[in-house]
Design a protein around this ligand. Structure first.
Ligand code: MN
Length: 695
């Protein structure tokens, strides 16, 4: 384990301005907080964060990142809090530690809830600051290096699978190939122990049979280049067992058929030398067409730069060669992390720094596919990821609320939501969720989606589900009114109406169900006469005209020239009994308003005609507003009052749905003002109605 002074010296070696006292304080803090906790290896727990900090110094990362590495497990595993860390080490470190802690949630999730791609997106989105991701990768790197201490094979395999599926691809995404390769190799050893043993055995056998072939080829390459006056460093290595294994699996070939198990790295002093070296090697050995790539003139998106080629060394042997400058090499191995540390002279300025670099890299690239791949990181910035209390992960657009979350989990959960807790705290249902929030939905069987939710939900799924519920509910309410009206109509028929007559009526009207029938009556799509004819054909003709309660009433107004067109104004809905006045504008018919209508103020430019109701008028449409208690049966009760008073519902609309009231606006055909007033009084007397008025 790194000692305290060693760690501090390493940081000071590349950043002489680092705050030594602060680094010391962080070291002591993690030792104290983790106390007597132990690792599976038997080492004290604090050896782990210290080693992770050591890995961060290899990347020459800034002081805040080193401190974050030291503290990265304290919030999760000890009594330390983010607040305390902020007090002792400042807001930046607190934010970074909080970020790493949130990323660690991934490890508490069950196997079935893992969709590897989803999790990679999650991790990227959560890593608002690249340094959070770097600490997490180093954390995983150290855990993989010490994986063999864990006794349970199942646990080892689980961690290895996670590393292979999630962390190695993440390391690749940010260009940390060194981390990617080592993680893959360590995970491969756990996941495919037999294949690992076979391949490493074969490689060892080749080495003992053919001697130090890697070294002799490296020397040959170096000599060829030296003769041309190039000063280079050449190193060779066998490809690691995992990449050989993957090649075997991808190409369906045996180990013997794999001809390129060696790779060589040529490090030059200048970029020009890279291209010179390439030309010399292509002349000395035959190149394999299609394997040459120039990542110097066109770097990969994560900043990787190098020339790649493959040569036929002898009949049975092909070798890969990478040519780059020393500086490129150092940057390549640690990807964005190195790129970033160099840029800032070892003093990165946080998110701005690495985002700016990312943008630079994006601009430098010509490859649309790579562009897409890397801009994904930016795309995730408008997604948030939230968990159920059991740890299931859901991806939602930014601004999503607990209602969106509930509908994403299950339509029924959304429908029955009455409250929510975010991270254990009760919050209003319209609260926007944050990344990494744990969301618990409180539901009630008797609850239903509220119209007002449409004002704040952001997902299409929630929106569509709420609309569907509200429509269904309204339809049921209109059908309930229809049923009241239907019962009244049936009483006026000469014969009793049974199931058969009802069934026949549905057929005649081409309606699918009784509910549809009641809805058609309630929404005035069918009038009384049509209903009667459908139930008992010929019955409507026998009914004396005056017993029609409502259909097509005659409206007549005195004071107009005979034949002059007029209409009752929709703003005030005058009914017989109201004092009325007519407004006449050139080329238009006469609008009939109640004398106290507010709209009359707009009529100063029109001719005013003094009007009164004709005795022949037997009705008009009046509009009322009623506030009903929100409980079952209240709407039917209101419909009953309309029916008892022989008022036909022309239109009914729910205008507000706020607990504990529902407000409706109803257009009613009434005989006159007295009729309308009586209905309003009857509504006010009802226990179902909180308030009723004419509007
Ligand atoms: Mn850790």
């Amino acid at each position: 384990m790194l000692r305290q002074y060693e760690l501090v010296e390493r940081v000071l070696a590349y950043d002489p301005d680092a705050d030594e006292a602060m680094l010391n304080r962080a070291y002591v803090y993690t030792v104290q907080k983790h106390g007597t906790q132990k690792r599976a290896s038997g080492d004290p727990y604090f050896s782990h964060p210290v080693e992770v900090a050591g890995l961060m110094t290899e990347l020459k990362l800034d002081q805040d990142t080193i401190i974050t590495a030291l503290l990265h497990d304290t919030v999760e595993d000890t009594l330390a809090t983010v607040d305390e860390i902020e007090r002792l080490f400042g807001p930046d470190v607190a934010r970074l530690v909080d970020g790493v802690t949130k990323l660690s949630k991934i490890e508490t999730m069950s196997e079935s809830e893992r969709a590897a791609e989803n999790l990679r997106k999650f991790l990227l989105a959560m890593s608002e600051d690249l340094r959070v991701l770097l600490v997490k990768l180093a954390d995983r790197m150290h855990n993989m290096r010490t994986l063999h201490y864990i006794k349970s094979e199942e646990k080892r395999r689980r961690i290895a699978r996670e590393t292979m599926d999630i962390y190695a691809p993440l390391a690749e995404r940010v260009g940390m190939y060194e981390y990617m390769r080592e993680m893959q190799l360590l995970a491969f050893e756990q996941l495919e122990p037999e294949a690992y043993a076979t391949i490493t055995g074969r490689l060892a056998a080749i080495r003992s049979e053919e001697g130090a072939q890697v070294d002799s080829i490296a020397l040959e390459i170096k000599q060829a280049l030296a003769e041309a006056g190039l000063r280079v460093e050449v190193s060779g290595r066998e490809k690691h067992p995992y990449s050989i294994w993957r090649k075997m699996a991808e190409r369906h070939v045996s180990f013997e058929q794999i001809t390129d198990i060696m790779a060589f790295r040529v490090l030059t002093e200048t970029e020009d030398d890279c291209y010179k070296a390439l030309g010399i090697l292509h002349r000395a050995w035959q190149m394999i067409p299609g394997r040459f790539k120039d990542y110097i003139s066109t770097p990969k998106m994560n900043g990787y730069r190098s020339l790649h080629t493959a040569l036929i060394y002898s009949n049975a042997m092909r070798v890969e060669v990478q040519i780059k400058t020393r500086e490129m090499h150092e940057r390549n191995e640690f990807g964005l992390a190195a790129h970033w540390a160099y840029k800032q002279g070892g003093k990165p300025d946080g998110q701005v720094g690495w985002l700016r670099d990312l943008i630079e890299i994006l601009e430098a690239s010509n490859d649309p596919e790579e562009l897409l791949e890397n801009t994904k990181m930016a795309i995730y910035q408008d997604r948030i990821f939230a968990f159920t209390p059991k740890g299931a992960l859901f991806q939602l657009p930014k601004g999503a609320t607990p209602i969106d979350f509930a509908f994403a989990v299950h339509t029924n959960l959304g429908a029955q939501a009455v409250g929510a807790k975010i991270n254990g705290r009760h919050v209003p249902l319209r609260t926007p969720l944050g990344n990494g929030d744990v969301v618990e939905i409180i539901k009630s069987r008797n609850s239903e989606p509220q119209l007002s939710w449409l004002g704040f939900v952001v997902t299409g799924k929630a929106r569509a589900a709420i609309r569907r519920f509200v429509r269904q509910k309204e339809r049921a309410e209109v059908a309930a009114i229809g049923r009241k009206l239907y019962e009244e109509i049936v009483e006026r028929l000469p014969t009793k109406v049974g199931k058969k007559a009802l069934g026949d009526a549905l057929k005649r009207l081409k309606l699918g169900s009784e509910e549809d029938f009641m809805f058609a009556i309630g929404s005035a799509k069918l009038d009384d006469r049509q209903v009667m004819e459908a139930l008992v054909p010929g019955s409507a003709a026998n009914i004396p005209e005056e017993s029609w309660p409502s259909q097509k009433r005659a409206i007549a107004v005195r004071g107009l020239t005979p034949g002059m067109a007029f209409k009752l104004a929709a703003c005030c809905h005058p009914v017989p009994g109201d004092r009325i006045v007519g407004l006449r504008r050139p080329g238009k018919g006469v609008e009939v308003h109640a004398i106290d209508c507010m709209k009359l103020a707009d009529g100063v430019d029109a001719d005013w005609i003094d009007l009164s109701w004709d005795a022949r008028t037997d009705g008009a449409v009046g509009r009322i507003r009623a506030e009903l208690y929100n409980r079952p049966g209240t709407l039917a009760e209101m419909a009953g009052i309309f029916a008892k008073n022989h008022a036909n519902v022309v239109n009914l609309e729910m205008t507000q749905r706020e607990n504990p009231f529902h407000t409706y606006e109803v257009d009613l055909e009434v005989r006159d003002l007295a009729h309308l007033t009586r209905i309003v009084s009857a509504l006010r007397a009802s226990e179902a109605v909180a308030q009723a008025e004419r509007i």
